[in-house]
Design a binder for this molecule. Structure first.
Ligand code: ZN
Length: 425
């Protein structure tokens, strides 16, 4: 099938394109971007008047919960949520059941995605067997099976020697090590940021240092090994400073943050609101400003979702202490990112870079561009289109979001993924 997308403002930072062009798709590939496409009639025309047309978004940090926790999310529902949010590539974390720490699980995920996934899924393998932090998983075999990065996300690799070895292997296999930075002794029992609010609510706090000591350690180990380190979900001013300093010193480190760390402060957990319970926790205004500054000066390279869908019983029908951590993030991420553009933190082009082009480059996948021959992955977004966040209408099984009721701009109207058109009103 051939598709022509016309009348839209095409923004493809990878090719330095920003203007009114037509995009021709043939089968599952992009044929080209033209001022005016010539040639035989196409099977289908998409009128993108008043919209931007951008490369499909790439989320390098999501939890699809499959296998093992399909009651929270499945590959089918998770990838549907992804395309609903304009994402066409999603990297899934290994904290499934069984843990993705061997090639059988990796192959299972890829097979299942091939059969029922709405977009591309790239598995992230566990660094250690069972994510127990004791013994390295077989990274080489898992890379061969299709893992594009390694992480024990959800847990840190506590043992510094094992983290050192993982970073050494990352050089040999040329893969990324994604670090969930948390000192479990410092964070133990904590549920929100440590500070005034944790004291007034009577909840155990997680100090910023719980994140920062591990960021510092991993930067030191990246310096020692020359391995490829990526810091997940940066939430504090101190972490931003450490990463900025490491980059200035030439250490191979990249970093991501998530929309909730630049849109919300710890105030969101007042009234024991479990939908704002995340790990690392929401921090203070000062941290939010530092995260934004980090995005602006490219200390923080990527905006990822940390999409963490949960069942209502795990998230809402529980005391704050017992509720699960996480936000269902795929369907709101781009619109929340647009706030940075409104606030003058990022240009639209920079936002697209951080949500598509740059993550593709970091994990080494041929995505994030509308160049000739690229996969037909793109999103048609009405920047001025407003909508209200209604979790009940999420395609994700996870309805857990602190953004319920927010009025956001940037409605994703159509997503083309794997050459197929998904459209919404
Ligand atoms: Zn995560």
């Amino acid at each position: 099938m051939s598709i022509l997308i016309k009348n839209g403002r095409v923004i493809d930072p990878a090719q330095n394109i920003d203007g009114h062009y037509e995009i021709l798709i043939e089968g599952k590939k992009i044929r080209g971007v033209y001022p005016k496409a010539k040639g035989p009639k196409t099977d289908k025309i998409i009128d993108a008047s008043g919209c931007i047309v951008i490369p499909g978004l790439v989320d390098m940090h999501a939890h699809l919960r499959d296998p093992g926790f399909e009651y929270k999310e499945s590959i089918r529902t998770g990838t549907m949520a992804a395309v609903r949010g304009g994402f066409t590539s999603v990297c899934c974390m290994p904290n499934t059941n069984p843990v993705n720490d061997n090639k059988t699980v990796t192959e299972f995920i890829l097979r299942k995605n091939y059969a029922e996934g709405a977009c591309f899924v790239y598995p992230i393998g566990a660094i250690t067997k069972g994510q127990k932090g004791e013994e390295l998983a077989e990274m080489g075999m898992m890379k061969e099976a299709g893992c594009i990065a390694f992480s024990d996300d959800g847990r840190p690799v506590t043992n510094s020697l094992i983290m050192r070895r993982a970073l050494e292997y990352s050089k040999i296999f040329n893969v990324l090590i994604i670090s969930h930075c948390e000192d479990l002794k410092l964070s133990e029992g904590g549920v929100i940021n440590e500070g005034f609010i944790s004291t007034t609510l009577g909840l155990r706090g997680i100090p910023k240092a719980a994140e920062e000591v591990m960021v510092a350690r991993d930067i030191a180990l990246a310096g020692l090994t020359g391995g490829r380190l990526h810091i997940a979900h940066v939430s504090t001013e101190g972490s931003v400073r450490l990463i900025r300093d490491a980059k200035e010193r030439g250490i191979s480190v990249t970093a991501e943050t998530c929309p909730h760390y630049f849109c919300l402060t710890e105030d969101a957990v007042n009234n024991y609101n479990t939908s704002a319970k995340v790990n690392p926790p929401l921090r203070t205004e000062r941290d939010v400003e530092a995260v934004k500054q980090g995005l602006k000066d490219n200390t923080i390279d990527v905006i990822a979702t940390d999409h963490a869908p949960h069942h209502i019983d795990d998230k809402y029908n529980k005391e704050f202490d017992a509720a699960s951590f996480g936000i269902s993030g795929l369907e709101t991420a781009f619109s929340l990112g647009l706030k940075l553009v409104e606030q003058g933190v990022l240009s639209l082009k920079q936002l697209i870079m951080k949500m598509s082009v740059t993550p593709s480059g970091i994990i080494g996948i041929p995505k994030g561009t509308l160049a000739e021959g690229a996969d037909a992955d793109l999103a048609v977004i009405d920047l001025s289109g407003e909508f209200i966040v209604e979790p009940d209408r999420f395609l994700s099984k996870g309805k857990n979001t602190p953004f319920k009721g927010w009025q956001l701009k940037g409605a994703v109207l159509k997503t083309v993924s794997k050459g197929k058109i998904y459209e919404w009103e």
